[in-house]
Design a protein around this ligand. Structure first.
Ligand code: IVH
Length: 382
């Protein structure tokens, strides 16, 4: 159900974190009990909207895989250990780059001319969205050099375009997009390419198919090759040789990501040497030479409208914040835990306050603190 809403209706019913945790649980169960694993399970396939799609279907020459992900640096250490073991190497070089939050796309250029754009679809078959891709101004229709190649990247809606779009939609009484990713994905699936042209999409690339044919032997060289064509790369990448260096790159962007013009939901750690890709191989869904480290969920500011009280089974009372609905990390939040009265007093949270809400790596959203600078005196002490 969550996959269906996410891929077919561009809607997130739960946060990415909750989704990822459910998927991990399912994978674990299916590993333990392979006899009940369903071949149509979301654990075995890349989710897609192909069934409902009105676009022409195109088969990918090379499968468009997804990435396995983690929220925990310890699992990056495990990943590094697995890679080194398979590679029979004491050290392995990685490229650590931004994970852009949009939708993946595959573009074909023939003698430098853009001829086709295809969505990931289920990884084997995608949707032909060429007409819409042609309408994205920031995607070059001609490359600087006349190469014939397939490039893959992420279409994103920059935060500024997203805010402008939602502002206009609100004015027109139209439904708002929950986040830039849903907006980008919904836009590319528009049947009217004029609308696509108006929405200020952007695209960043992280892959060239059959890199060896272009003399590319590492991911680092692939990014250089991409940049030489005039396409933008997923950018801000660094070469790392240890988990400490990877952790350092992650920490840097976890802080700095809000200064970027687009949303990023984590970092991708990729083995640099192509030579190792064949050795490491893929699962049905994702390559074993890469892993995504996802940032913990975001915070948002909204109004605390009131407090209700939840009575637990043992009679303990938990105050619950009733909030003006806000989007936090892609889901709607209208209630959040206030834990207990001591905590409310300690933080001096008042009804009518603008409060910081966090959808952290926990299931229940939390009220972090009031925004004191926004008080006007009308707030009431709880
Ligand atoms: S590499 C075979 N690099 O994240 C590996 N993916 O969760 C293919 N994404 O399907 C993906 N930024 O849509 C790669 N720098 C990046 C990325 C990136 C965003 C997306 C992509 C992928 C999804 C997996």
């Amino acid at each position: 159900r969550y996959n269906y809403y996410y891929y077919s209706k561009n809607e997130s019913l739960i946060s990415d974190y909750e989704f990822d945790m459910l998927l991990k649980k399912l994978e674990k169960i299916e590993n333990e009990y392979p006899e009940i694993a369903d071949k149509n399970s979301p654990a075995a396939h890349v989710g897609s909207s192909l069934k409902e799609s009105k676009f022409k279907k195109v088969e990918h020459k090379t499968a468009m895989l997804s990435l396995s992900n983690t929220y925990n640096i310890g699992e990056v250490t495990d990943f590094d250990a697995r890679v080194k073991k398979s590679a029979e190497a004491a050290t392995v070089e990685y490229v650590v780059e931004l994970k852009l939050d949009g939708l993946s796309i595959s573009l074909f250029y023939e003698n430098g001319k853009l001829i086709r754009g295809v969505t990931r679809g289920d990884g084997k078959i995608g949707e032909d969205v060429t007409e819409n891709i042609m309408a994205v101004e920031s995607i070059p229709k001609y490359l600087k050099n006349g190469v014939t190649a397939e490039f893959r990247g992420e279409i994103v809606m920059p935060v500024a375009s997203f805010e402008e779009l939602n502002r206009r939609r609100e004015e027109n009484g139209e439904e708002l997009f929950a986040n830039p990713r849903n907006a980008a994905s919904g836009t590319i699936r528009q049947l009217d390419s004029k609308i696509v042209a108006e929405r200020g999409l952007d695209c960043y690339f992280y892959y060239v198919a059959d890199g060896e044919k272009h003399g590319v032997k590492t991911h680092f060289e692939a990014l250089k090759f991409i940049a030489e064509t005039g396409l933008k790369t997923a950018g801000n990448y660094s070469l790392c040789r240890t988990v400490e260096e990877i952790d350092c790159a992650i920490k840097k962007w976890e802080e700095a990501r809000h200064s970027l013009p687009y949303e990023t939901d984590g970092m991708v750690i990729k083995v640099n040497e192509y030579r190792l890709y064949d050795i490491l191989g893929n699962t049905t869904k994702s390559p074993r030479w890469a892993i995504a480290y996802k940032f913990p969920a975001e915070k948002a500011v909204t109004k605390l409208k009131g407090i209700t009280f939840q009575v637990g089974r043992t009679g303990n009372i938990t105050p619950v914040a009733e909030l003006e609905t806000v989007f936090v990390a892609g889901t709607k939040v209208s209630r959040a835990s206030l834990h207990n009265f001591e905590e409310i007093a300690r933080k001096d949270i008042r009804v009518g306050d603008m409060v910081v809400v966090e959808k952290a790596a926990e299931i229940i959203p939390q009220v972090v603190e009031p925004v004191m600078s926004q008080r006007d005196g009308s707030e009431t002490v709880i």
